[in-house]
Design a binder for this molecule. Structure first.
Ligand code: PSV
Ligand code: MN
Ligand code: MN
Length: 389
């Protein structure tokens, strides 16, 4: 039997971090379709994020991307953090960007030229300065580094350079700050990628120390990869720093989490619950781009999808499952899991929301609020999420 009160309590504590770049215009390398009313600066992105939090009650932090969220002036990032707080938000992970400058054509922290590596590490150190100003806990690192052709560079030397750069940044972290290292199978490099998989990320984190943790971006795996196994392993080793949630049909599609494969999301959340409930050390972040759909409703929907998968995972009858597993009852054990997956948790989540003081149907409430019409009227010339910003 599952304890419904405990399930509700856990759902109320879960927090989903939304990414600043999801609020801006985005697209593929073929075309960016501009939408009316999108934010023109980081402050407007926070205004939109505040709406997502207002209608879901569980999206209190916003990840920044530097320099996409460039802030100047005397108050700088501390001022932005204050602006967030005035809207009931906090600034979350600081995402670095070592992939958009011409200098990074052959890589950043793995580049063969020490001067380019210096520039990249300098940027990462600057990101830690920003964390100090915003009070952010996490520095999220994704490296586009890699090679396109066999023989182009020395695979091992690139690992050495990576280790050296990471160690310097790690040494700069404060007591309560962490480094989250993200891996990605391929793209933009096509032959080798310097952090292509969880094993490579984990090996670097192990050498660095406890403040270095692995991030699992759900879109960054080969088709058919058992992501929940990776999650279980990293949790067991105490090295799962968080998720970049999104979903994919083919490659790094960055679609709404839970849209392509809600069953996979459920299986992932089952391992999170199995690995210790919803531990505060695991950051539940979205990393998505809404190219053709309305952005704020898509982000609200994504947060709800995470909640639904989490609710189902919490509903798994753990003792019945353990008993069936110990009996070797293959079908029985599978049935326990599927019973939870097939439960319609939407009524439960409506109750949870009402108990939290937010409206039962976040999408309908957002639609009624008039915010979408207001931003279209007030904002002209919205900002592109990343490229060229
Ligand atoms: C590129 O693949 C990427 O989507 C990574 O997942 C990062 O987390 C994100 O961009 C932001 O830099
Ligand atoms: Mn990511
Ligand atoms: Mn990605």
């Amino acid at each position: 039997m599952t304890d419904l009160a405990a399930v509700k309590a856990a759902l109320k504590t879960q927090a989903v971090e939304t990414p600043s770049w999801a609020y801006g215009n985005s697209g593929t390398r073929f075309k960016v379709f501009a939408q009316a009313g999108v934010p023109r600066d980081p402050w407007e992105k926070l205004q939109d994020a505040a709406q997502v939090h207002r209608f879901t009650g569980v999206a209190p932090t916003v990840a920044l991307h530097i320099p996409w969220d460039r802030v100047e002036g005397p108050d700088g990032y501390a001022g932005l953090a204050k602006y967030a707080e005035e809207r009931g938000l906090k600034l979350g992970a600081i995402n670095s960007n070592t992939f958009q400058d011409d200098a990074y054509k052959l890589g950043s922290v793995c580049h063969p030229d020490a001067a380019v590596r210096r520039k990249a590490v300098g940027h990462l150190l600057q990101c830690v300065d920003i964390m100090d100003a915003t009070g952010s806990r996490d520095l999220k690192l994704w490296f586009a580094d890699g090679t396109n052709y066999p023989g182009q560079d020395d695979i091992r030397a690139r690992q050495d350079r990576l280790a050296e750069g990471l160690a310097e940044v790690y040494g700069r972290l404060g007591e309560r700050q962490r480094m989250l290292l993200e891996y990605k199978l391929f793209e933009p490099a096509f032959y080798t990628t310097d952090v292509p998989d969880w094993g490579t990320a984990y090996a670097h984190c192990l050498r660095l120390g406890d403040k270095a943790q692995v991030v699992v971006d759900t879109g960054h795996h080969a088709p058919g990869t058992n992501i929940e196994f990776i999650v279980a392993t990293l949790l067991r080793e105490g090295r799962l720093g968080g998720f970049d949630f999104n979903s994919r049909f083919y490659a790094d599609d960055d679609l709404m989490v839970g849209a392509a494969d809600p069953f996979q999301l459920f299986r992932i959340m089952c391992e999170v619950v199995r690995g210790g409930g919803l531990p505060a050390e695991v950051a539940f972040m979205l990393d998505q781009c809404h190219n053709i759909e309305a952005k704020i409703p898509a982000i609200i929907r994504s947060v709800m999808n995470v909640q639904e998968a989490t609710a189902k995972a919490l509903l798994v009858d753990r003792s019945a499952l353990a008993e069936a597993q110990l009996r070797g009852d293959v079908l029985g054990a599978n049935a326990v899991l599927m019973d939870a997956y097939n439960t319609d948790v939407r009524p439960l989540l409506r109750e949870v929301r009402e108990e939290m003081g937010v409206e039962a149907d976040p999408l309908a409430a957002y639609s009624r609020s008039g915010w979408a019409q207001r931003i279209v009227a007030e904002r002209v010339g919205g900002q592109q999420a990343g490229w060229g910003a």
